[in-house]
Design a protein around this ligand. Sequence first.
Ligand code: NAP
Length: 499
Amino acid sequence: MTKNYTRDYWESVLSDIKPEGRHFINGTHRAASSGETFTRIRPMDGKPGAQLARGNAADVDAAVASARAAFESGVWRKKEPLEKKKIMLKWADLIRAHGDELAMLETIDVGKPVMASLGVDVRLCAEGIQFYGEMIDKMYDEIAPTGPNARALVRKVPLGVIGAITPWNYPMIIDAWKLGPAIAAGNSVVLKPAEQSSLSAIRLAELAIEAGLPAGVFNVVTGYGEETGKPLALHMDVDMIAFTGSTEVGKLIMGYAAQSNVKRVALELGGKSPLVVFEDADLDAAAVAAAWGCFYNSGETCHASTRLIVQRSVQDQLIAKIQAVTNSDIALKHPLDPAAQIGALIEEEHMNKVLAMIAAGEKEGARRAFGAERVLSETGGYYVSPGVFVDMTNDMSLARQEIFGPVLAAIPFDTEEEALKIANDTIYGLAGAVFTKDMDRAHRFSEEIHAGTVWINTYDMSNFATPFGGFKQSGFGRDRSVHAIDKYCDYKTIWQQFA
Ligand code: NAP
């Protein structure tokens, strides 16, 4: 029987929930060694959310020691593949079984609609753990060609201790993108979630233990980036950092790796993705894709289609359609309202930054077509309405900077050559799209956009089979797909010479 998800139901889940805010190290909760905590403010209403342990280098040391001990003992990596698979699949099932609770923790932290937390974030988190769990008993090693008197095994072996540092925009999903392949490959993990979004990570760790994952294989340290993320990335006993976040912090992570033990890094960074619409396109489809592609999750999406590069002859028509789709389909409401499609921005400081960027853009001459204003301030939360700026040029700040809010910059073009030049004129290369009925042009264009993913006549379609990540300053390394396992492993050759 399907549940009746009403506002009252979610209000009761919210009032019953008691979020756990301590670290999770070696299978148990632990307060910060300093005893310090910090308070997370709920973006939905500006009220206090949870108290969290304020981690420091000593806490990171404890978590890394726990992860190292689990790895060296072989308690996980040497387990029968079938047993490991069963544990990962049980973990995925437990995530689904605790879906309402996890969804509420995510919404308390990040202010996205609870129905989206449940229908998208919880679902994709469970799918991620399941996808890599299912791979565990299907991964083979190689035998290299040699002469008849030797046998060379090429083994794919886990790296050891993985430090995962994740952002706040899709916490549970991105955690699963790291945890799934890293743990399936036999590694231990220390996860440092964003200071804004630790609650779901702690709950995921508890559920992992309940599923049978041995203590120490998955640890969580909460706290600020400078105080916990930095010591983790500088740690001499961490073999790799899997990072998702801003390009600015990604560059620091590379530096920390170089300054410490030359650990590997994989970086999923920012974006300013182009969505290119030619005049022959299905404009209704393009409008739906442009609106959802930019405004979903209130624009707090790394691959959001924030630059609409549109053939001049159809700009006005397309913007009118985008406005109609936004008004009719993308309801901005309180996150506990089951009808909400988008909710609050992550925090007051971020909302003020978004509003300041909009104001600066207008000073430069950006022309507002609609929206992009603070709304629902009476809730005490941090909401900005979806908005579009038109007749932009690609050198204006709204077209260049990652705003991480619901702001679309429409940039008109006249020729295909010009459209491609504008699309690629960015430091980022995460995603892009082209809308046209001319399939030759669609394929020519998609080959030439420098981005990790290019969609034709759609936006943001994906599944776990497809790799995700960027070119240029959007980073390197890929999450999702069978290939994601590779970055958590290395090859080891075992050569036997026959007597
Ligand atoms: P962020 O400020 O770069 O933070 C990301 C993570 O790094 C957080 O856990 C943060 O901790 C930590 N951190 C901050 N300073 C650090 C330091 N000096 N050393 C080590 N760790 C440090 O990014 P965000 O604001 O959370 O997320 C938004 C950004 O993520 C956007 O740029 C977005 O495009 C990008 N993103 C990319 C992808 C992708 O797949 N390419 C996906 C999602 C998001 P604190 O929170 O405590 O500062």
